[in-house]
Design a protein around this ligand. Structure first.
Ligand code: AMP
Ligand code: MG
Length: 494
């Protein structure tokens, strides 16, 4: 066993460990310790909400050794670090064996809420699965992952979480020279579609069964009683993924790299790379600068999720055995997704249920927003504010075609005729956020962080914890993106 930090004393943060993934056995991973950041490690930001979730004291980070422990420089007492092996389809092509190339699973801890969370260090050095990579993550992408994963959680979207980011001045080469950082991230499981694909396509079907049984026992116990438990698992993942995609679309969230190795078996948003929240509404928007064909454009995300579920179904076929049984649970995806998206779009209008009227209005609104490239977040928030306070002008002001929006607002008024205005407004203000992590906000926080000023990372994180509150002190962050925002190019490089 390669253990780079054996000689250093373990740091005890008072966590209760129960490393279930490790018990799967050696075929699923390689044991190895994180590689410390070169140079002096420093704090970049911390999530108090995630600390509470893990049962850590408010001052956990002041414990002796906490900083080296979360940046890979000292072992955490109770952890059993390892890198897991998986595979995946990248941009539609089978990429063969991949794996945790720069993430190390420290283990799993019990949380006071009765659940459990696996803890990973991302950017913690080379592993046997690093291929051509350097095992590192840069400060820029680590800040983006930290901020966005915690923001998505606050928005109510299933996601991996993050406890903290640390960095050092260790140089890391990407398109330009940057510096290294480590995110401590958390999720009930980091198992991806690609884990199943790896064991299927390398012919290790017993390991495939072990993995599927593990996931069913821990996360999908109802599937055990089904006539075909593995088809039931595929069906349950299909449902969760459809629900997740409906949430992404309704929020205007683009993941950017929906490869099957970036798809969570729990239906979580995972692996934040070149993601973006929509500014001006453009269904064809491609947020990943490296995605030349637009495979992962906003409007293609649902069909790509379905494609990825077929890849998962293919991988589970040696267990499901009957292709018809797999197809039967995969085929409902478009209907599941559409029904959930309809429901969410109706909620954005303040209507508890979708109807023919709400669907028609949403369709007409989307056409107008597309034509005018209207800001997605601001439009919906202003609409909510209009219902709350009867301010029609701020919505009207978003459009050149006044006659068109006027017509649609009249149609909307008729739909709301039977509703209680206060309740409708309340509903709308809880589903249409005022603040999302737009690219230019992340860029501003990153630019300061590069100068070792981490104040904006932390204050942005804190504000993103309350995305549905009015935050007059952060009015700027809730406003339109500046002109330079459209020039930001985010590639896969991270
Ligand atoms: P991603 O596109 O970031 O989801 O990564 C795809 C695969 O490449 C995964 O197996 C990652 O672990 C690996 N990878 C990405 N970046 C690096 C890096 N800098 N060093 C090592 N492996 C990496
Ligand atoms: Mg990935």
């Amino acid at each position: 066993m390669l253990n780079r930090t054996d000689s250093v004393q373990a740091v005890d943060l008072g966590l209760t460990w129960d490393n279930a993934f490790e018990r799967l056995g050696e075929g699923f991973f390689t044991r190895l310790a994180p590689l410390p950041l070169r140079g002096e490690a420093y704090w970049v930001a911390r999530s108090a909400a995630m600390a509470r979730e893990l049962g850590l004291a408010d001052d956990w980070w002041q414990v002796q050794g906490a900083l080296p422990a979360v940046s890979g420089g000292q072992p955490l007492a109770g952890s059993a670090p390892l890198a897991s092996v998986y595979g995946g389809h990248q941009f539609g092509a089978w990429a063969g064996q991949l794996g945790d190339g720069r993430a190390i699973l420290l283990g799993e801890v019990r949380t006071p809420g009765g659940g459990s969370q696996e803890l990973q260090l991302k950017g913690s050095g080379l592993t046997p699965y690093s291929r051509m990579g350097d095992g590192r993550a840069v400060l820029r992408s680590s800040i983006r992952e930290f901020l966005c994963s915690e923001a998505m959680h606050a928005l109510g979207v299933p996601t991996t979480r993050a406890l903290c980011v640390t960095g050092s001045d260790e140089p890391v080469r990407r398109e330009r020279l940057e510096t290294a950082a480590v995110v401590l991230r958390a999720a009930p499981s980091f198992i991806r579609f690609g884990h199943f694909e790896h064991f299927c396509h390398s012919g290790r079907h017993e390991a495939l069964r072990t993995l599927a049984d593990f996931v069913i026992a821990r996360f999908y116990p109802d599937c055990r009683d089904a006539s075909n438990p593995y088809a039931a698992l595929l069906g349950a993942v299909t449902q969760r993924t459809a629900a997740l995609l409906a949430q992404w679309q309704a929020l205007g969230f683009m993941h950017g790299v929906m490869n099957t190795d970036n798809m969570s078996i729990l239906g979580l948003t995972i692996d934040y790379g070149p993601f973006q929240f929509m500014d001006g509404f453009d269904p064809a928007r491609i947020c990943n600068h490296s995605d030349h064909l637009g495979r992962y454009a906003y409007q293609r995300q649902p069909e790509i999720a379905h494609w990825n579920l077929f890849a998962l179904g293919q991988a589970l076929l040696p267990l499901i055995r009957q292709p018809d049984a797999a197809l039967a649970v995969l085929q409902p995806f478009p209907a599941l997704f559409s029904a959930e998206l309809d429901r969410r779009m109706a909620l954005k209008l303040g209507l508890p249920q979708a109807s023919d009227g709400s669907r028609q209005l949403v369709q007409a609104l989307l056409e107008l927003l597309t034509r005018e490239r209207t800001d997605w977040t601001i439009f919906w928030r202003r609409l909510a504010q209009q219902v709350a306070g009867d301010l029609r002008q701020p919505v009207m002001d978003l459009f050149h075609d006044r006659a068109a929006i006027d017509r649609l607002l009249l149609q909307y008024q008729e739909l709301l005729a039977q509703s209680n205005r206060a309740q409708t407004a309340d509903l709308m203000l809880k589903i249409n956020p005022g603040l999302v992590l737009r690219n230019h906000l992340a860029e501003q926080a990153i630019a300061l962080a590069r100068q070792h000023d981490f104040s904006m990372v932390q204050s942005l994180h804190d504000a993103l914890q309350r995305p549905f509150d009015e935050q007059p002190e952060h009015a700027d962050w809730c406003n339109f993106p500046p002109d330079w925002a459209s020039q930001i190019q985010i590639s896969c490089s991270s």
